[in-house]
Design a protein around this ligand. Structure first.
Ligand SMILES: [Zn+2]
Length: 183
């Protein structure tokens, strides 16, 4: 971090992407990380991007959410920790739905879900922190779906992945989509 003054924005962006990439691929893919840690890593990256240090605070020129957008949407394509972790947890959810043969998925079905489907399962109050995190994301995803439905005004909806003429509901995307089942 002490070299930040000698590096340009482009150089600092490279450093951030390299650091985030190793966090995401090593920790993010295996563990669900606590929100406070994700927030702190994002904050350190944000301060570093704008050249801020403890003794020399700099104002961020663009919001963090915006720099995390893909380049074609005006961002810098930084994969911020909070969103990356949501994607990783979403991947675990997806595995619970489609990958019934994996040992940990069998365990989850046997211990927690029993005969429930993932969409109507209520996590027991004494279930593990991990399980509560996974089910909390499921609830958040359902609220995204409500939001999509609210905004939906056209009749000929189609799935952007399989091009079938269906609404992109969580059930379609997770279970029915032909494109997803080929991944
Ligand atoms: Zn589809």
């Amino acid at each position: 971090m002490t070299y930040s003054k000698q590096l340009s924005y482009a150089g600092r962006l490279q450093v951030i992407n390299a650091v985030l990439f190793s966090i995401h691929s090593f920790w993010g893919a295996v563990f669900i990380l606590p929100q406070s840690i994700l927030k702190e890593v994002d904050q350190i990256c944000r301060a570093y991007l704008w050249g801020s240090s403890a003794e020399n605070k700099k104002v961020a020129l663009v919001a963090w959410d915006t720099v995390c957008f893909p380049k074609r949407q005006g961002g810098l394509n930084i994969k911020g920790c909070i969103n990356w972790n949501k994607a990783s947890v979403g991947h675990l959810l997806w595995q619970i739905i489609v990958n019934k043969e994996a040992l940990w998925v069998k365990w989850v079905h046997g211990i927690y879900m029993k005969t429930d489907s993932i969409w109507n399962h209520k996590p027991p109050t004494d279930s593990s922190w991990y399980w509560r995190k996974i089910t909390a994301l499921r609830e958040e995803m359902q609220s995204w779906e409500d939001y999509l439905h609210m905004r939906e005004s056209v009749d000929d909806t189609e799935c952007c992945l399989c091009a079938e003429k269906v609404m992109e509901t969580t059930v379609h995307l997770f279970e029915k989509c032909k494109w997803i089942s080929t991944v």
